[in-house]
Design a binder for this molecule. Sequence first.
Ligand SMILES: [Zn+2]
Length: 52
Amino acid sequence: MTKCSDIKHGDVLVCADCGLELKVTKECQGCSCESQGLMCCGNPLIKKAKSY
Ligand SMILES: [Zn+2]
């Protein structure tokens, strides 16, 4: 799962189903959420690569 606390500035998250890509422009400042991960199309988004 891709929790917001694992995502850093510049990371790109992709949806394997529809091809959606999200780029992080500001990272989590430290939360304690129990998120199931960021979802799209019923599946968790996958961290693709760093792209500064
Ligand atoms: Zn999708």
